[in-house]
Design a protein around this ligand. Structure first.
Ligand code: C5P
Length: 240
């Protein structure tokens, strides 16, 4: 199976870039953030205290989550058969995610689901822990980043376009707060895998970053094929 992982902080351009990479390489695309978002929405609807890890762990047992990978599109998420793809993107869900993403039972369950998806075929997957924890043997690991100011500027422009009233300073504070929460998480926290390729997206377009990753992926995957072919021919066997 060919697996490419793309991790990094929010606003580094992961979703757009990962989708471009998946489309250009003809691989399936998984957005693991959508799974944590769905788990959060489920807990919010269950009316439990989100700051109580035991209550969150209990509520997760009743979550019937269905993740559909869509070629060239955002991952479709259903809870109990109901499409919640748009509902998981509200500021309220975003604000509450850290409570749910910090709970070990939630992470274990979602990591298992992500690995099962990985076993079903070639995949480009994005998140925070994909290269470090979920797919430690991935063929290519990428860590995308950009300065907090650049990421906040992107987010600010996006919100402005959607007609939302906010200030740049407010958005910058929010970005820094989310970085802190993601990086300080004990299990599955945001870290660069030792063997990940780092890419600073600050001064590059999504298209340029995607192209760089596609190039890297092609050379990694063709080197892997050559290795497999060589072993099939028995050339790697020690001489008797
Ligand atoms: O990628 P996105 O911004 O949608 O992720 C939302 C949140 O979900 C992150 O801030 C993080 O708290 C959590 N997350 C995680 N592990 C992942 C993906 C997302 O903890 N693999």
């Amino acid at each position: 199976m060919n697996i490419i992982t793309i991790d990094g902080p929010s606003g580094a351009g992961k979703s757009t870039i990962t989708r471009l990479v998946a489309a250009r390489l003809g691989l399936r695309y998984l957005d693991t953030g959508a799974m944590y978002r769905a788990a959060t929405l489920h807990c919010m609807k269950a009316g439990i205290r989100l700051d109580d890890p035991k209550a969150v762990a209990g509520a997760i047992k009743t979550l019937k989550l269905d993740v559909e990978l869509v070629p060239d599109g955002p991952v479709k998420v259903r809870i109990g058969g109901q499409d919640v793809t748009d509902k998981i993107r509200t500021p309220e869900v975003t604000r509450n995610i850290h409570h749910v993403a910090d709970v070990m039972e939630v992470r274990d369950w979602l990591v298992k689901m992500q690995r099962e998806i990985g076993q079903q075929g070639d995949l480009v997957t994005e998140g925070r822990d994909q290269g470090t924890l979920v797919f430690p043997h991935a063929d290519l690991k990428v860590y995308l980043f950009a300065s907090p100011e650049v990421r906040a500027r992107r987010r600010f422009n996006e919100l402005k376009q959607r007609g939302m009233e906010t200030s740049f300073d407010e958005v910058l504070k929010d970005v820094s707060h989310r970085d802190h929460l993601d990086m300080s998480r004990e299990h599955g926290g945001l870290r660069k895998a030792l063997d990940a390729v780092e890419l600073d997206t600050s001064n590059l377009t999504p298209d340029e970053v995607a192209e760089a990753i596609v190039k890297l992926a092609k050379s990694r995957l063709s080197a892997k094929t050559r290795k497999i072919d060589k072993s099939k021919l028995g050339l790697d066997k020690p001489k008797a």
